[in-house]
Structure formats: C-alpha cells, structure tokens
Design a binder for this molecule. Structure first.
Ligand code: URP
Ligand code: ZN
Ligand code: ZN
Length: 504
C-alpha cells in the first residue's frame, strides 16, 4: 500500500521530467511514465504541479538562548513553519556555551528537540570555547554522533567569538577527521570598536547597526578565514555571506585551488539597508525606505553625513526609526549593489546554498529591549517558511536561476555538503520520500500574520509569492495537504550525518 503521484513534473538538480512517482513506506519506490497503481495505493493527481525534493535548510537557530531570552521559535513552531514552506529537513546549531563540553551541548540540543520537532533534523556544533578535550570530542561527534560539521564565530566578541588560534586548530582538526567547518565571517574586534564609538556619541538607533558592520568587516574576515583554511588545506563553508567583495574573495580562493563553499540567505537577496529606516536625527532627511548611507560606509564608520545628533525615540516623518530593529541581523542588510552581486553569484554557480539563518525574536518584548541602544537588540530574523517561495518567485519566475539551480541551492547541495545525500536532497528511487508538490498556478501575498512561525511581524510582509506547496510529504507521510497541516505528530527524526564525500 503506497502513494502514487500522477502527472507531475519531477525536478532535480540536474533534470526536469514528466513522470509518475510511487512512494512505499518512507521511501521513493519507483519513478516512471504511467506507473501501475498497486493494490491499496492512494492516487493523487498532481498534473500541472512541480515535484521538488523536500527542502534542506542548513542554517536555523530554534530555541537558542540569547542573553535574557530564547529565540521566539522552538523546534515545534520552527519545524511546523518549515514544513508549511516545503522544507522537510533543517540543520540547526547545537551551541556550546563557554565552560561546557561539546557533548553537553549536544545533549542539550537533543533535549530541546525531544517530542517537538515535526521535520527531520540534524545538528552542526557551534564551538565557542577551545578546551583540552575539544579535538577528541570533535572526532567523537563526527564518528559516533552524526555531527559532521562545526560552526565558529569570528564575531559577537562578548559571547561567541573565537580567536584565530582556535579557528586554526578547529580547521586543522576538521581536516584530520573529515569534517566541514562553517564560519561566521565578520571581524568582531573591529565591530566592537565601532559599536562603542557610536554609543559614546549617542548614536543608538538601529540605523547604526549596519554602520558598525560595513561590508569590509565581513570581507576581511572572509579573507582571513580563507588564509587560515589554506594553511591547513581544510575545506571551508562560509555561512550567510552578504557582500559582493566577500563573494569575490571566495571565488578567487577557489580559482587558486581551495575548497570554499558559500551560503547566502533570502534576506541578503531581497531586502536592503533601507529597512534600517532613519538614524533618528533631527535633520529632516531620511525616513523609512530612503536611507542610502550604508553603501558609502567605510571602515571608519563615516557614511552619509546624516549621523549627527540622535534621539532614538524621535521619528522624523511619522515612521518610527526603531522599526529598523526588525532587520537587525548580522551580517546586516546591504545596499542594492550587493543584492545584485549575490543574484549574479547564484546564477553563475558561485554560491552553493541558500539557507535562512532563521533566528526569530519578537519585536515587542525582545527586539525592543534595544530601543535605547541598537547594540542591545537581539540579532536575527525569521525565514524558514519563505525560503522556497521567495527563491522560486524572485529567482526562478524572474528567470534569474533555473528550476534545477533552485533545487540544487535549496536541497541537493546542502544535503551533499552536510552528509545526508542521496537520502535527502533529491528525488530518486531509494531516497526518503520527502516531496514538495509545488503548485505554480497559485500565489499569495506574505503578510504580517499569515506565517506559521511565532512572531509578531514578518520582514517579508508585502512580498508577493508565486506558487506554493500544495502537498508536503515527509518520509512518505502526507503532512501538508492542499496547503493545510493535517499531521501534527512531532515525527521529525534525528539525522546521523556522514562526513561529506565530496569535500576532500
Ligand atoms: O543575526 C543573526 N544572523 N543571528 C543568528 C546568529 C548568527 O550569526 O548566525
Ligand atoms: Zn552567524
Ligand atoms: Zn546563524
């Protein structure tokens, strides 16, 4: 007794073909033209639909404690939103807090998912502290625990940042044990200085957040990461890359023989620095949507000249300059030039994956803790539900990327890099039956309240979406049917991830 999907267009990273697909149990049992219905099969007519492999979002932060609070989404709400959007697998960041062992951190994250996660999931391990046992623990994680990738932060000086010595040791150890290191590339020391200076000058509106982390701060860290990886010949995965010059640096390193993978996120493709609104000064210029200073920012924090006096509580044109807090993420949103460079990077294959960095904080009660000081605004925004829809609409439907590139970026490549391919990330006989039946004929507008994650705003409100997941299967189980969640079982399974075979 299985499920027969009849008449759809099956899209993988390499081909698109009209064929039937039969699911038996948790796997794809057959793909072909005019497949026979077997006794007891449920038949679903998917004529006109596109069949994608379930999305793999390799960058989420669910239930992450940050300062005084945790992210708005835990594994229940975050995974539910993921499934609505066609993502059936997430790879979240188990995070070691200073003083903890990696094993403790892993146990903590398993505990957070227990009885909660609706989609399949794996963990990267974020290393924030280098202890005597860390190299051994890294090997145990890879060989015995299914954690084959690590993340280290070159920013967030006070709590997550590690120094170059730790980066060097982690990359070298990863090379030895066949793991992949992902780096958050921003120079945290420089950011620390710029933030301090802005605060001393009373420049505390969200508008100053991107000014404290200009593109050069990211590009320097990308170049340093590349230099360190080259010293030990380790492959490198750059998470949430946002700036044109950083992409150019990664491509140059690749041309010189280093294995560098690049991830970007929908926010860097679709939103820009105008979202930070105004600087809250009293000059009368600026206001929501009109800021243009960031692309002129340089390392000393000089920019458009509108940063004179600042009272964050003052609004110059009726809009609240604090609304920019919704977009306080790191790296920050950039100018349009960078967006275009990233789109062109996607088109020419210079970017491997599109993940979301879903790290949601309520506007009221969390983001607004930084109303008087942008450096106290928790960094992060949501996205897990919108990744496929946005990339399909603004990538595929506009002709910027092909359908096959779309599948590669959202499912195949992350599955390959993070050791779950071909079980995940493709449509093939024997693969998990994680299938998104995409109806390209419908559409919707994203609003502030039609998402399924837990948040009192939506950074993409007003964006139109072409197509949406009509049905979503997770390992053969129909979870979303005609756009409605019909199975709320927390049946997500932990994925023991292999070392990626394509890395070395
Ligand atoms: O602002 C962001 N990106 N928050 C999430 C943590 C991170 O840096 O990935
Ligand atoms: Zn990061
Ligand atoms: Zn992140």
């Amino acid at each position: 007794m299985g499920t027969l999907l009849r008449g759809g267009m099956i899209v993988t990273a390499t081909e698109s073909r009209r064929a039937d697909l039969r699911i038996e149990g948790e796997q794809i049992a057959a793909i072909g033209e005019n497949l026979e219905r077997q006794l007891g099969d449920r038949v679903i007519d998917v004529t006109g639909a596109l069949l994608f492999p379930g999305g793999v979002d390799a960058h989420t932060h669910f239930d992450l404690p940050v300062g005084d609070f945790a992210t708005a989404d835990d594994f229940a709400s975050g995974s539910l939103a993921a499934l609505f959007g066609g993502t059936t697998t997430i790879i979240d960041f188990a995070t070691q807090f200073r003083g903890e062992t990696l094993m403790t951190a892993l146990e903590n994250w398993h505990e957070r998912t227990r009885g909660k996660c609706l989609c399949d999931y794996g963990f990267h391990m974020a290393i924030t502290d280098w202890r005597e046992k860390t190299p051994d623990e890294m090997a145990i994680l890879v060989r015995e625990k299914g954690v084959s990738s690590f993340k280290l932060y070159m920013a967030y000086k006070q709590f997550l940042q590690v120094d170059d010595g730790i980066l060097f040791q982690a990359l070298r150890r990863a090379r030895e044990i066949g793991a992949l290191v992902g780096l958050h590339c921003e120079n945290g020391d420089v950011i620390d200085v710029l933030v301090r200076e802005f605060r001393q000058q009373g420049k505390k509106a969200p508008w100053f957040h991107p000014r404290s982390r200009p593109p050069a701060v990211e590009t320097e860290a990308v170049n340093r990461a590349i230099a360190l990886a080259r010293m030990v010949e380790a492959p490198l995965y750059i998470v949430h890359l946002s700036a044109r010059q950083s992409l150019e640096a990664a491509e140059a390193a690749r041309r010189q023989g280093l294995t560098v993978y690049v991830e970007t996120c929908p926010q860097y493709l679709l939103l820009d620095e105008s979202r930070y609104g105004s600087d809250g000064n009293c000059s009368g210029s600026g206001g929501n949507g009109s800021s243009s200073g960031g692309n002129r920012s340089n390392i000393d924090g000089n920019h458009s000249g509108r940063d004179g006096c600042c009272s964050v509580s003052r609004s110059i044109d009726g809009s609240d300059p604090f609304e920019g807090a919704k977009y306080v993420i790191s790296p920050p949103l950039r100018s349009k030039e960078h967006k275009e460079a990233l789109w062109s990077g996607l088109a020419r294959g210079a970017i491997d994956t599109v993940a979301t960095d879903h790290c949601a904080f309520f506007y009221r009660g969390q983001k607004d803790k930084g109303r008087d000081d942008f450096s106290r605004i928790p960094n992060g925004m949501p996205g897990v539900e919108h990744r496929l829809g946005l990339l399909y609409t603004y990538g595929v439907a506009t002709g910027r990327i092909s359908l096959n590139q779309f599948v590669s970026l959202t499912a195949t490549r992350p599955a390959q890099l993070f050791g779950i391919f071909p079980r995940k990330g493709t449509i093939a006989v024997g693969a998990d039956a994680d299938i998104v039946v995409w109806d390209p004929a419908t559409g919707m507008e994203i609003t502030n309240d039609n998402h399924h994650y837990r948040l009192d705003y939506n950074p993409y409100a007003g964006f139109r979406q072409i197509g949406r997941p009509a049905h979503v299967f997770l390992r053969g189980r129909l979870i979303v049917r005609h756009g409605v969640l019909i199975d709320t079982t927390p049946g997500g399974r932990y994925l023991f991830r292999e070392s990626s075979r394509i890395l070395y």
